[in-house]
Design a protein around this ligand. Structure first.
Ligand SMILES: Cc1cc2nc3c(=O)[nH]c(=O)nc-3n(C[C@H](O)[C@H](O)[C@H](O)COP(=O)(O)OP(=O)(O)OC[C@H]3O[C@@H](n4cnc5c(N)ncnc54)[C@H](O)[C@@H]3O)c2cc1C
Length: 159
């Protein structure tokens, strides 16, 4: 037997990295949120997926823009993760840079990707966005910086 609470508890035992998934709204302003449901899917073609809550205020921005960015956070970016998991938090322009495809990406991340939305699938109370990778870069990852991790409802760092 399982229930939403049990499911949450079970899934919290799956350690993940932390990403910020971004897009631009109709006025070209950046919108983004903290996402752990990010997965590499295919090498040929290059595909990734992210799962976004159907109740997100910015879901239509993702659907309308047809593109999204993914920034893989470094261990130094816990504050950024908290900022993008909080509704209505102030997000200064200085935290972003523009990727080659025009998506807002997070400065000082380990690595970044930009994607064109190749497909959207219903996933219960979430929508699964399949993205074709159109640009990618390793940033702080080159310096040996380590990832920010999320496990059992808390942030962690690799030893
Ligand atoms: C480590 C971590 C990983 C996360 N991973 C994911 C992920 O993979 N996918 C994902 O979608 N989110 C994920 N989140 C949550 C997500 O980051 C936040 O919900 C997001 O910042 C909210 O976006 P917003 O600021 O635009 O707020 P809003 O879009 O305005 O709303 C925030 C949230 O409030 C809740 N909400 C809205 N309306 C209602 C309603 N009527 N009734 C009940 N609840 C409502 C929803 O959960 C909604 O997502 C994660 C958060 C953390 C900390």
């Amino acid at each position: 037997m399982s229930s939403p609470d049990k499911f949450r508890e079970v899934m919290s035992n799956f350690a993940s990295g932390v990403t910020i998934v971004t897009t631009r709204d109709r006025d070209k302003r950046p919108y983004g949120l903290t996402v752990s449901a990010f997965t590499s899917v295919s090498l040929d073609p290059l595909l990734v997926l992210v799962c976004l809550d159907n109740r997100l205020s910015g879901l239509s921005a993702f659907k309308d823009s047809g593109k999204f960015g993914v920034s893989l956070l470094a261990e130094s970016q816990e504050e950024i993760s908290r900022m993008f998991a909080r509704k209505d938090s102030e997000r200064p322009d200085s935290i972003y840079f523009d990727g080659p495809a025009g998506m807002p990406l997070m400065r000082n991340s380990l690595a970044t990707l930009e994607c064109e939305t190749a497909a959207m699938y219903p996933g219960g109370d979430h929508t699964i966005f399949m993205g074709k990778v159109i640009s990618s870069d390793v940033i702080e990852g080159k310096t040996g910086a380590k990832p920010l991790m999320y496990f059992r409802g808390k942030y962690h760092r690799l030893p």
